[in-house]
Design a protein around this ligand. Structure first.
Ligand SMILES: *[C@@H]1O[C@H](CO)[C@@H](O)[C@H](O)[C@H]1NC(C)=O
Ligand SMILES: *[C@@H]1O[C@H](CO)[C@@H](O)[C@H](O)[C@H]1NC(C)=O
Ligand SMILES: *[C@@H]1O[C@H](CO)[C@@H](O)[C@H](O)[C@H]1NC(C)=O
Ligand SMILES: *[C@@H]1O[C@H](CO)[C@@H](O)[C@H](O)[C@H]1NC(C)=O
Ligand SMILES: *[C@@H]1O[C@H](CO)[C@@H](O)[C@H](O)[C@H]1NC(C)=O
Length: 928
C-alpha cells in the first residue's frame, strides 16, 4: 500500500471520466432522444415551410392575370398578366420590364368631402420672415382652373396640382391613387359651380378615373411655432365643426428672398399601407417640394416659367415570387428551445448526484473537487458540443438559410460561449436544488417560459427603435434573452426581409451598430466567467461534506500547516473534563487517548479527543448536545462496535468522522490527520458504508467497484483482481448480479455492494453504519465473514442494532447513550459486568400469578420483576443467590401445584446489558 495521499489528480479524473462514459453508454436511449430533439424541430420547420410554399404558390400570391378578350374563364395561355391586374400584394411579384409612369400626387388627409362636394377644401399653411414675400410666393402654388388635353393626358396633368388620400405601399409600380376606386382631387384656387369632376382613362389602368375639384387654400400664420402648434392640435383631433383639420402641408419660407430660397416643409408621414408585412411605405413628398419650388421660380421669373414634374416611375425588375423563410421568421424562438433543451439535462444530472448523495459518497472515497469539476464540466461541454454540432448539421443539411448563410465560425463561437455559460449556470443552480423532480420541472418551465417571453415580448422591444438600447442590454443579462438575441440576429441576417441583406452574417458585420451580436457575445463571455466563479464558490461553501468557511479562499494567504503523517501537531485543548461518574472503563479510555496524544503511534488509526457536537436551538427550542464528550482510540486490526438507541448521537459521530459536519469542539485524528482541516487527506485512506445505499441506479455493481477502485489508485490487473475478489466474497458474483444495474438490485444486494465499496482499495479506516440491515441470515453470515477478514489490518467502526452482529464482529463494544459513551469493553466483559443475573420466565394462567411470585420470592428475596403481561412474568435473579438446580427443583414443585404453560431460564444476553445500560443512562439523564 503506497502513501494514501498520493492518489493523483489524473487518477481521480480518469476514474470519474470512465464512470461518466459508462453512465452515458447506459443512457443511450435518452441520449438518442436528446439528439433527436433538434432533428424533430428542424423537420417540423421544413414541413411548415412546405405548407407555406404550397400556399404561396396559389394565385393570390402571384402576379395578377386576366383573360384576354374579356372572357371570364380561359386557359393559362390566353391570360395576360401584369401589375395593372394585380392587387397590392401581387404587384411586387410581377416581372416588370417597363414600369408605368404615374403623375406625382400630393398626400391629402383622409378627410371625406362626401357630405358636401362643393365645399371640399384642403389647407396649406405658410409663414416667412418677409410677409409680402410669403404671400407673393404662396399665391403661385395652386392654379385657378383645371387644364386638360384629352389627346395627351399625361402631359396635361403635369401643371395641375393633384392629390389623393389613398394609402401608399412600399413600391411605385402601382400608384394606389389611380388604381383604387378613390377620387383624385385637383387643388385649385376656386372650383366651378357645377363641380361634376372630370373622367379619363389612365394608361396602364383598367377603369375610368375621376378628377374632382377641391379648393386649395393658403393661410398665413405669424410664426412657425404657431404652425407647429396648429398641426399638433390637428393631429388626430377634431376641430369645432367636428372635422379633422385638413392640412395638406405647411411651409416656412424663413429668410428667403430674391437672392436665396430657404424653406422648411412640414408633411404628414402617418400614412401607411394597411398590409402588415409592408413596413416601409413610400411617402408622397416630392410633389410638395416641387410645388413650393415651382411657386418660387414663378416669383422670380414670372408666371410663364414652370418647373414641370411630369411623372414618377419605378426601376424595372424581374419576377420576384414571395418567399417566406420560416426558419428565419420563427427560427429564433424554436432554436432557442433547442439550445435551452440542454439545460434541464445538465441540471438534472447534477442534482441527481446531489440528491442521491453520490457527490458526497465520491468525496468520501477520495474524489477531490478539482477533478470533479473539471471532468464534470468537460463532460457536459462535450455533450453540449455534440448536441449543437448535430443541430447545426441537421439544419444545414435540410437547407435552412439560418445555418448556411451565416458564417459558420461566428455560429461556432456563439454556440460555444453560450453552452459554456449554460453549463456554469447549471452548476450554479444545482446548488439550490436538492430534489431531481423539482429541478426538472423548474428547468423545463424556465426553458419554455424563456422562449415564449423572448419571442413575444423581448423581440418586440428589440425591434422597437424607440426602446432604450440600455434596457435591451440589461435584459440580455438574462442568458435566455442573450441567446434569443443572438439567434434573432442570425435569423435577421439570413432572412430576405432583413435589414442587412441576404448574404448572412460575417465577422465584419459585428462592428456595425445595428447588429446586436457583439454585445451579446461580450455579455455572455463576462457572465460565463462570473457565473463559473460564483458557482464554484457557492459549491464550496454550501455543499455538505466540505462545508468550508465563506472566506475559505483567503486561507491561501495564511500560513498553511503541512499535514504530516508521523508527527501530527496535536495540542491538548485546555478543556474542563467532567469526571465521569463510576465509569472506570470510560475513564481508562480517556487516559489512553491522552497518552496517545502525547506519544502518537501509527498503530492507532482513530483517535477521538473530547469530541463534541452541539446543535444550537432553533425556533425557541433548546440546543442539544448530539455528542457530549467522546474519547476513543481504535487501533488497527480492531473492529469497534457502537451500540446505542436511536437518537443517541451515533450518526452525528460518524458524520463528524467522515467530514459531513464539523465538530463543535474537540478533535479527532485519523492516521494522524486532523479531521478539522485535513479531511481531503483522510478521504484517500477511508471507506464508508453509509446507512442508506448511495448508488447510481444505472451502473452495475462491477462498474461501481471499478470506479471506486480507480479512485483508490488501483489500476490494471490489480484493479480487476480486487473487484473480482470483492464480488466473489460478497456473493455478488453469481447469477450475473455483478453485471445487473444497481437500480434492479434487491435491498440486500445493494447493502452488500455498499459494503464491498467501503472495503475496496484497502482503506485503513472503515466506517460501517448498520451494514447488515435488510439482509437474509445467509447473506448476513457471509457479510460477517468478509468484515472479519477485512478487520485484520484495518480499524473499523461499526454501528448496529443487532446484538448478535455486535457480538460476532466487535473486538470491543461501546454503548453510546445521550451523546456519551456509557461503557466500553469487549462483549464478554460487559456481560460479566452488567449481567450478574439470570432471567427467569414463567407463563401460567393469570389466577396463579401470585403463586409464581411467591415461588420466586422463596428462591431469592432479591428477585426483580422486569416484565409482566397476562400470565407471563419475567424476573431477574442475581447469580450469587440462586443455583440453577434449585430453580429446577422449585419449578418441579410448582408444576405439581398448578398448571405451568411454559417456563425458561436464560443467562444475560448482550441485549439485556444494552437495555439496562440505556435505561440507566436515560434515567440518570432525566433526573439531572
Ligand atoms: C420683402 O419682399 C419683397 C418682395 O416680395 C421685397 O420687395 C422687400 O424688399 C422685402 N422686404 C424686406 C424687409 O426684405
Ligand atoms: C392638345 O395637345 C395636342 C398635342 O400635344 C395639341 O396639338 C393641341 O393643340 C392641344 N390642345 C389644347 C386645347 O391645348
Ligand atoms: C399676426 O400679426 C399681426 C401683426 O403683427 C397681428 O395683427 C395679428 O393679430 C397676428 N395674428 C395672430 C393670429 O396672432
Ligand atoms: C396625418 O395623417 C393621419 C392619418 O391619416 C391623420 O390621422 C392626421 O390627422 C394627419 N395629421 C394632420 C396634421 O393632418
Ligand atoms: C435658412 O434659414 C435658417 C433660419 O433663418 C438659417 O439658420 C439657415 O442658415 C438658412 N440657410 C441658408 C442656406 O441660408
Amino acid at each position: 500500500m503506497g502513501n494514501p495521499s498520493s492518489v493523483s489528480f489524473w487518477t481521480q479524473a480518469n476514474a470519474l471520466l470512465r464512470k461518466n462514459l459508462t453512465f452515458q453508454k447506459r443512457n443511450v436511449k435518452s441520449n438518442i432522444r436528446l439528439i433527436l430533439f433538434p432533428l424533430i424541430i428542424c423537420v417540423l420547420l421544413v414541413l411548415v415551410q412546405i405548407i407555406i410554399d404550397i400556399e404561396l404558390r396559389k394565385s393570390e400570391f402571384k402576379c395578377g392575370c386576366v383573360c384576354a378578350n374579356n372572357k371570364t374563364r380561359c386557359e393559362d395561355s390566353e391570360k395576360v398578366c401584369g401589375p395593372q391586374y394585380s392587387d397590392q400584394i401581387q404587384v411586387p411579384t410581377c416581372p416588370i420590364s417597363n414600369p408605368a409612369e404615374w403623375p406625382p400626387l400630393l398626400q391629402l388627409p383622409a378627410v371625406s368631402c362626401k357630405q358636401n362636394r362643393s365645399s371640399c377644401h384642403f389647407t396649406t399653411l405658410f409663414t416667412a420672415d418677409n410677409h409680402s414675400f410669403g404671400h407673393t410666393v404662396s399665391k403661385n402654388m395652386f392654379p385657378s382652373t383645371l387644364v386638360m388635353n384629352d389627346s395627351n393626358i399625361m402631359d396635361s396633368l403635369a401643371p395641375n396640382v393633384l392629390g389623393s388620400e389613398s394609402m401608399t405601399t412600399d413600391n411605385n409600380f402601382n400608384e394606389p391613387g389611380f388604381t383604387l376606386a378613390l377620387p383624385i382631387y385637383s387643388l385649385q384656387t376656386r372650383c366651378p359651380r357645377n363641380n361634376s369632376g372630370f373622367s379619363f382613362a389612365m394608361a396602364g389602368t383598367t377603369g375610368q378615373q375621376e378628377i374632382r375639384c377641391a379648393r386649395g387654400i393658403n393661410l398665413w400664420r405669424n410664426s412657425s411655432s404657431e404652425i407647429n402648434n396648429e398641426l399638433y392640435k390637428g393631429y388626430r383631433r377634431h376641430n369645432r365643426k367636428g372635422r379633422i383639420n385638413e392640412i395638406v402641408s405647411a411651409f416656412d419660407f424663413l429668410n428667403s428672398n430674391e437672392d436665396g430660397f430657404n424653406v422648411t416643409v412640414w408633411y404628414n408621414s402617418t400614412y401607411k399601407s394597411n398590409i402588415t408585412f409592408v413596413p416601409n411605405a413610400l411617402l408622397r413628398i416630392p410633389r410638395s417640394i416641387n410645388l413650393v419650388s415651382n411657386a418660387y421660380l414663378q416669383f422670380l421669373k414670372g408666371p410663364g416659367t414652370k418647373m414641370i414634374f411630369e411623372f414618377v416611375k419605378e426601376m424595372p425588375k424581374p419576377e420576384t415570387p414571395i418567399r417566406l423563410e420560416i426558419a428565419s421568421l420563427l427560427g429564433a424562438l424554436f432554436f432557442t428551445w433547442v439550445v435551452l433543451q440542454l439545460f434541464p439535462v445538465i441540471l438534472t444530472s447534477l442534482v441527481y448526484e446531489k440528491q442521491q448523495k453520490l457527490r458526497i459518497m465520491m468525496r468520501m472515497h477520495g474524489l477531490g473537487d478539482g477533478p470533479y469539476w473539471i471532468i464534470s464540466y468537460g463532460y457536459f461541454l462535450a455533450l453540449s458540443t455534440i448536441y449543437m454540432l448535430c443541430f447545426v448539421i441537421f439544419g444545414s443539411v435540410l437547407g435552412f438559410k439560418f445555418f448556411t448563410l451565416n458564417d459558420y465560425s461566428i455560429q461556432f463561437v456563439f454556440y460555444f460561449i453560450y453552452t459554456n455559460l449554460q453549463i456554469s449556470l447549471a452548476f450554479l443552480l444545482a446548488s439550490f436544488f436538492s430534489n431531481v423532480k423539482t429541478a426538472t420541472v423548474t428547468a423545463y418551465i424556465g426553458v419554455f417560459g424563456t422562449g415564449l417571453l423572448a419571442g413575444f415580448l423581448f423581440q418586440f422591444l428589440v425591434q422597437d427603435p424607440s426602446f432604450s438600447r440600455g434596457w435591451i442590454i440589461c435584459m440580455e443579462l438574462y442568458p435566455g434573452f442573450a441567446l434569443y438575441r443572438g439567434l434573432y440576429e442570425f435569423a435577421q441576417s439570413a432572412s430576405s426581409i432583413g435589414n442587412y441583406g441576404t448574404d448572412g452574417m460575417r465577422w465584419k458585420d459585428l462592428s456595425g451598430g445595428a447588429n446586436g451580436m457583439k454585445e451579446v457575445l461580450i455579455i455572455m463571455v463576462v457572465e460565463w466567467i462570473v457565473v463559473l466563479f460564483v458557482a464554484y464558490y457557492i459549491d464550496q461553501v454550501l455543499s455538505t461534506g466540505s462545508g468550508k468557511n465563506p472566506l475559505f479562499f483567503l486561507r491561501g494567504f495564511q500560513k498553511k500547516p503541512l499535514p504530516s503523517l508521523k508527527k501530527p501537531s496535536i495540542k491538548r485543548q485546555g478543556s474542563k473534563v467532567f469526571a465521569q461518574m463510576e465509569k472506570p472503563d470510560v475513564i481508562r479510555e480517556r487516559e489512553k487517548v491522552e497518552q496517545l496524544l502525547l506519544e502518537p503511534t501509527i498503530n492507532h488509526a482513530i483517535v477521538c479527543d473530547n469530541l463534541k457536537k452541539f446543535y444550537p436551538g432553533r425556533d425557541g427550542n433548546l440546543g442539544k448536545f448530539a455528542v457530549r464528550e467522546l474519547f476513543l482510540g481504535v487501533p488497527r486490526g480492531e473492529c469497534f462496535g457502537m451500540l446505542g438507541p436511536n437518537g443517541a448521537g451515533k450518526s452525528s459521530f460518524i458524520s463528524m468522522m467522515i467530514g459531513l459536519t464539523k465538530p463543535t469542539s474537540g478533535a479527532a485524528y485519523v492516521q494522524g490527520l486532523d479531521i478539522r482541516n485535513h479531511m481531503d487527506g483522510i478521504y484517500t485512506s477511508m471507506g464508508v458504508c453509509p446507512q442508506h445505499d448511495l448508488l447510481w441506479e444505472s451502473l452495475t455493481g462491477r462498474e461501481h467497484l471499478l470506479f471506486y477502485g480507480r479512485l483508490k489508485n488501483l489500476t490494471g490487473s490489480v484493479l480487476t483482481q480486487a473487484v473480482e475478489e470483492s464480488l466473489k466474497s460478497l456473493n455478488l458474483y453469481h447469477g450475473r448480479i455483478a453485471d445487473k444495474q444497481a437500480g434492479k438490485y434487491s435491498g440486500g444486494m445493494k447493502r452488500r455492494l455498499s459494503v464491498a465499496i467501503s472495503l475496496i482499495g484497502d482503506p485503513s479506516v472503515v466506517y460501517m453504519d448498520e451494514p447488515s440491515t435488510g439482509l437474509d441470515p445467509a447473506s448476513r453470515r457471509c457479510l460477517w465473514k468478509v468484515i472479519k477478514h477485512a478487520k485484520r489490518d484495518r480499524a473499523i467502526i461499526l454501528t448496529t442494532h443487532s446484538m448478535e452482529e455486535a457480538e460476532a464482529l466487535s473486538d470491543r463494544l461501546g454503548i453510546f447513550v445521550n451523546g456519551t459513551m456509557q461503557c466500553l469493553g469487549n462483549p464478554k466483559e460487559l456481560k460479566g459486568r452488567y449481567g450478574g443475573t439470570y432471567v427467569f420466565t414463567m407463563t401460567t394462567s393469570s389466577d396463579h400469578e401470585k403463586d409464581v411470585e411467591n415461588m420466586v420470592q422463596q428462591l431469592t428475596p432479591n428477585a426483580n420483576k422486569i416484565y409482566h403481561l397476562s400470565g407471563t412474568q419475567k424476573f431477574e435473579l442475581p447469580k450469587e443467590d440462586v443455583k440453577i438446580a434449585s430453580v429446577f427443583r422449585a419449578v418441579e414443585v410448582a408444576k405439581r401445584n398448578f398448571t405451568v404453560f411454559a417456563w425458561g431460564l436464560a443467562d444475560t444476553t448482550l441485549e439485556d446489558v444494552f437495555i439496562k445500560v440505556a435505561r440507566e443512562a436515560e434515567g440518570f439523564d432525566t433526573l439531572s
